[in-house]
Design a protein around this ligand. Structure first.
Ligand SMILES: NC(=O)C1=CN([C@@H]2O[C@H](COP(=O)(O)OP(=O)(O)OC[C@H]3O[C@@H](n4cnc5c(N)ncnc54)[C@H](O)[C@@H]3O)[C@@H](O)[C@H]2O)C=CC1
Ligand SMILES: O=C(CO)COP(=O)(O)O
Length: 346
């Protein structure tokens, strides 16, 4: 299906992912309005056609225009939101009256409120039609035009998909339709936490078996939590769940994995998080995710371990010992990966 004359698309957030999405969207010649928080970045993108701080080495298409003014995006039909998860609510407050399709691309859970990104957006921009775009998508690969597939979960179902898919799909960028908004959100948020854990395995040189075990048992945690929150298990085994989990748990291109590796090598979380410019969402999601799981009686020992680690409460080696000492149990119970058990990681 074609969308007629190419519509202008807005992108909020000019970090690596927002800029890569703008580049992908502009690849068919359409205008993309890219909102950046930093005035100097707006000027640099418009003058030099490159986003050196966040996506260096990519020559941006001429139809991308950066702006610092959210009002410029308020009348568009489609806007992608790509801020760090913890700042989405504050930034979206500047677009409160928006009534088009708002496509949420950030991965995380809001600390303090325990809100998923769609809950944040629904509260702040009540007139928008929400969708979630999530999947295995390293920004630099999408910006380079390499083949990529994502879940596009539409809260308004097929009608919204018919509107959005021609705007978002490109020959090498394939969205797959879903109605499972919460499932797509949980996959992206939880995999960041698990990627930190896989980085720790690498930093401690625990081997490939340990990494695969962590991906398998981490996925079990994702499914337990997701199903309890109303997600479909199938979504969590798809692109935005298992697909993204495998990508981020196996590559030093992942910021979350790299953070975990440095923690495994003995770095302190406070020091590692203190002066980074780019966002490792798992560090912010782990404590709130672990808290939500505890409140609901859902066993998530790996998420608990990462929460303890990013708070500098327990050293990495001690956490591994605790995980290995857990009682033996069934792998699957009544169709859901085993849900029982208590853990204490400090
Ligand atoms: N980089 C990637 O490959 C992918 C990232 N994502 C998600 O996209 C979201 C954005 O990540 P990136 O684009 O990678 O960011 P980034 O790490 O490249 O850049 C950090 C961004 O945070 C913004 N920022 C810093 N302080 C802020 C504040 N107080 N208020 C508002 N914005 C602030 C900066 O302006 C910049 O845009 C995250 O939720 C991430 O999980 C999703 C898929 C792929
Ligand atoms: O979400 C991502 C890939 O899908 C990016 O992962 P990192 O934030 O760990 O780099």
């Amino acid at each position: 299906m074609s969308e007629g004359p190419l519509s202008t698309v807005g992108v909020i957030g000019a970090g690596a992912w927002g800029t890569a999405l703008a580049q992908m969207l502009a690849s068919d010649g359409r205008t993309v309005l890219l909102w950046a928080r930093e005035a100097e970045l707006v000027a640099a993108i418009n003058a030099d056609r490159v986003n050196t701080p966040y996506l260096p080495g990519i020559a941006l298409h001429p139809t991308i225009r950066a702006t610092n003014d959210l009002d410029e995006l308020s009348g568009l039909a489609t806007v992608l939101v790509v801020t760090p998860a913890q700042h989405m609510g504050t930034v979206l407050a500047g677009l409160a009256g928006f009534s088009g399709d708002l496509v949420l691309c950030s991965k995380g859970i809001e600390a303090g409120t325990e809100r998923m990104m769609a809950d944040v957006a629904r509260a702040v921009v009540p007139g928008a039609a929400l969708a979630v775009l999530s999947g295995p998508t390293f920004a630099h690969e999408v910006a380079a035009g390499l083949p990529t597939a994502v879940t596009l979960a539409c809260s308004d179902g097929e009608t919204q998909w018919q509107r959005l898919s021609p705007v978002i799909a490109r020959p090498a960028f394939r969205p797959y339709f879903s109605r499972d908004v919460i499932g797509a959100e949980i996959g992206g948020a939880v995999k960041n936490v698990l990627a930190v854990a896989c980085g720790v395995v690498e930093g401690l040189r625990l081997g490939q078996n340990a990494r695969a075990a962590l991906i398998g048992r981490g996925h079990a945690e994702m499914v337990r939590f997701g199903v309890a929150m109303g997600a479909q298990a199938e979504t969590l085994s798809g692109l935005s769940g298992l697909g993204d989990l495998v990508l981020t748990c196996t590559s030093t291109a992942s910021r979350n994995f790299t953070l975990g590796k440095a923690l495994g090598e003995g770095g302190s979380a406070a020091a590692l998080l203190g002066d980074r410019r780019t966002v490792a969402e798992g560090a912010f999601t782990a404590p709130v995710l672990a808290g939500m799981a505890r409140e609901r009686g859902i066993a998530m020992p790996i998420a608990e371990a990462v929460a303890a680690l990013v708070s500098d409460r327990v050293p990495a080696r001690a956490i591994v010992d605790t995980l290995l000492a857990r009682p033996l149990r069934a792998e699957v119970e009544a169709g859901v990966p085993y849900a029982g058990g208590e853990d204490s990681l400090g």
